[in-house]
Design a protein around this ligand. Structure first.
Ligand SMILES: [Zn+2]
Ligand SMILES: [Zn+2]
Length: 136
């Protein structure tokens, strides 16, 4: 059974639903994913290109295919900069940034890829003190 899951960007202008079950959920620590997310890693869910239905804001999405790369692309809302779903360059996959999804994707990460490229502060970040909210 395929279940529809809604997703949206930070400003709410880009909205779509994606339907599971999803095929793969990877966390990528590569240098490029650090750049595109501004963070330690990208959480990416993979499925087939037919599993997306756009509801609004598709025209606001901006795709970037890294010229020197064979496969690397990213796509984001031109209004708020949030990563949004996109089709892989070989057209085989729909790649969904996990944070874009609002409900439980019903799949858990199964691999941490490009682990050797993780930032030099990643390990310490994992063991840093944890707080329920922000600090003063
Ligand atoms: Zn947005
Ligand atoms: Zn990556």
């Amino acid at each position: 059974m395929s279940k529809s899951i809604s997703g949206s960007c930070l400003c709410g202008k880009v909205k779509c639903t994606v339907s599971g079950p999803f095929q793969r959920f990877y966390q990528c620590y590569c240098d490029r994913c650090q750049k595109r997310t501004g963070s330690a890693f990208a959480s990416l869910i993979f499925t087939t290109p037919d599993k997306i239905e756009w509801h609004s804001g598709k025209e606001l999405t901006k795709r970037y295919d890294l010229p020197e790369a064979e496969r690397f692309s990213t796509c984001f809302c031109s209004e708020c900069g949030s990563p949004v779903p996109y089709i892989s360059r070989n057209k085989s996959f729909l790649i969904i940034p996990a944070g874009f999804i609002e409900d439980d994707p019903e799949i858990k990460p199964s691999a941490n890829i490009f682990w050797n490229e993780r930032s030099c502060w990643y390990d310490e970040g994992q063991s840093a003190n944890k707080y329920e909210g922000d600090l003063d």
